[in-house]
Structures are given as C-alpha cells and as structure tokens.
Design a protein around this ligand. Structure first.
Ligand SMILES: N[C@@H](CCC(=O)N[C@@H](CS)C(=O)NCC(=O)O)C(=O)O
Length: 338
C-alpha cells in the first residue's frame, strides 16, 4: 500500500516535471515575455547602457526569439548572470533561455540537463598582457599570475595549456568580467585570459588600450551559443530556428531594410518561404508563418547583428573571420527553411 502510494506520488511528480518542461513556449506566451539569461556586462555581446537598455550579439538572440513569438523584439526580461550562476539559473527554471557567451562542451551538453542550440559566435581563448612586460608569446609566461573568471572553460583550458607546456602559473580568479579586468589593471596579475571576443571588449574599457597587447596564440575552441533545458523539444526548436533564420536571411540577402520590399515582390521561392508568404513554416514551431519575417524586420539578419554589435559598425571592429558565412570562407551555416 505504502509502495503504491509512493509510486503514485512519484508518477505525479514525474508528470508534473515533464509537462512543465514540455511547455516553455506556452508559459512564455502566457507570461508575455522571454526570460533571457545574459552576462553582467560584456560590450558587444550583452551589456546594459546607463538606462538599463541591453544590446549585443547575445541580446539579439533573446530579441529574435521574442520577435518570433510576439512580433515584438522588446518582450524580453534580461537576467544578468555570472559564469558560475548561469547554468544553475537555467536548470532551476529562473530563465527560459541562456544567451551569454557560453561555450558548448560535451559535459555541459550531456550531464547537466541542458541542450546547446547552435553556435552564434565561433571564438577561442586568448591572453592579454601589459606591453611593458615585453612578452610576445604565451610560451614566455612560465611562472605568471593569471587573472580569470571562475566557472568558465577559460580556467580549465588555462590549466591544460600550462600543464601541456610544463609551465607554472598562479590563477587569480574573480566572479565577474569587471572584477577580472580590475584585477588586471590593479596589478594583481601579469596576464588576463578569456575568450578572444571578450578581450576585445575588455580592452576597450581600459583608459589606455594601447598599453596592452593581445598575444597571438589562441589556445582553445570556444563555440558560443544559446542553451535551453533538456526535455522540451518544441522550445529547443524555436530557439534553434530563430538562430537559423538570422543566418539564412544573410545568405539570401534579406535585411531589415529590404525585408518589406522583398516580402511584397520577391519571386524567389526560398525568400517567400522564409518570409511566410508561401508554405506553412511556422506551424511545426507553434508560431505564425511570419515568425522569421519578424526576426529580420525587428532584429536584422546575422550579418547586420554582427556588424552592429561587434563588427565594423561597432567600436570593437572585430573581423568576421570564422563567423563569416560558409559561402564566404567562414563557418556560419544554417539548414534550409523548407
Ligand atoms: N566561454 C567561456 C567563458 C565565458 C565567461 O563567462 N567569460 C567571462 C570572462 S570575462 C565573462 O564573460 N564574464 C561576464 C560576466 O561576468 O558577466 C565559458 O563558457 O565558460
């Protein structure tokens, strides 16, 4: 009897867990906004201005999802998270989506109840030192003190790299990007290490950026992308295809500026499907057929998102590099919308 009751309780619990997990899109539609986990502030990726208005590559993923669901890219609540907090915040349901320079690794993808959706930025780990140290390679850093953020792949790669090259180092770890930079500028360490993209944005914050150099070595692969909880394929698909829509739009030459004209007059079947003029491309996602049109109209295509936030139209001036489209020598590639 006791056992039966226990089984019943467990079954109800499991059902509750699986129904709540399976219903993120419904929950988000009902509450009227997407709760998006972002960083505490990395210019170009996710950072608030002094009015609390968030921008960046990762923010534009949150905005794309909101545009696809609500035809309004502003229906997002941003939750700033440190590296240590971010995965727990997603596991616990505090956020619907994590879009915060997070590296896709096997253990994060398979042992934490999480699913990586795709890659919105191909990155790699780099090092920044003060010029007056006269160092030109990471291999000259034997015995260095290294500032880094805790709860990151950065910490782990650092340990691997120094061990592999039989070099000693002392890690000085911090909780946020700002603290890490402060540690570096106040002389707590010789070197600061993080993803190369973040070095660009941290360097930009320095009073005298010319006093530091970024060393040439990139010691890791850091494929960064949005993350969701496991067990909700519909939500997983919504985020995945929001990212793919951005990339497909760039490939097809559809921008926030020409999207209305193309919607009206394009005869290209692929563009008609992308913009919801033909086909039923929203149905399987639980969205209206103009979901991708809304993303492009309200957020732009991947190229626009890149250039505005981190590329030539931004202060960071990062080259497209690996993040160019596959058809232009890069790695950005999305499955077709058909
Ligand atoms: N991509 C790496 C590193 C990500 C990371 O959190 N880097 C720090 C380095 S500065 C950061 O972005 N901090 C932002 C913050 O503290 O809000 C990972 O996923 O572990």
């Amino acid at each position: 009897m006791k056992n039966k009751r226990l089984i019943a309780v467990v079954t109800v619990l499991l059902l509750t867990v699986s129904t709540t997990q399976a219903a993120t899109l419904e929950i988000v539609k009902n509450k009227g906004f997407v709760q998006c986990g972002v960083s505490t502030g990395i210019a170009g990726f996710s950072a608030p201005d002094d009015k609390g208005h968030w921008t960046g590559m990762d923010v534009d993923i949150c905005r794309s999802v909101a545009a696809a669901i609500f035809s309004n890219a502003n229906k997002v609540k941003y939750i700033p998270l440190t590296a240590k907090e971010r995965l727990i915040a997603l596991q616990s349901g505090e956020i619907d989506l994590l879009s915060r320079n997070t590296t896709w690794t096997l253990s994060r993808d398979t042992t934490m109840g999480l699913n990586f959706v795709g890659i919105n930025y191909y990155d790699g780990q780099g090092f920044m030192v003060n010029k007056d140290l006269g160092i030109t390679s990471v291999l000259e850093l034997d015995g260095a003190t290294v500032c880094t953020e805790t709860g990151t792949t950065t910490e782990l790669n650092l340990a691997d790299y120094f061990r592999e090259h039989k070099m000693a180092y002392k890690a000085v770890v911090f909780d946020t990007a700002d603290q890490t930079l402060m540690g570096f500028t106040s002389g707590r360490c010789d070197v600061l290490t993080t993803d190369q993209s973040q070095l660009y944005s941290l360097r930009f914050k320095l009073a005298k950026p010319d006093r530091v150099i970024v060393l040439p070595e990139i010691i890791s692969k850091e494929p960064l992308g949005p993350v969701v909880r496991q067990g909700d394929d519909q939500w997983f698909n919504v985020i995945k295809w929001s990212l793919f829509a951005l990339i497909n739009a760039e490939e097809m030459g559809v921008t926030s500026k020409n999207v209305d004209a193309l919607k009206k007059s394009s005869t290209a079947p692929g563009i008609k499907r992308l913009l919801g003029v033909e086909g039923d491309m929203g149905k399987g996602l639980g969205l209206s057929n103009d979901w991708a049109y809304n993303i492009i109209k309200l957020v732009g295509n991947y190229g626009e998102v890149f250039e505005r936030n981190v590329g030539k139209d931004s202060p960071l001036k990062i080259e497209r590099g690996l993040n160019a489209l596959w058809s232009k020598g890069g790695l950005q590639y999305a499955p077709p919308i058909r």
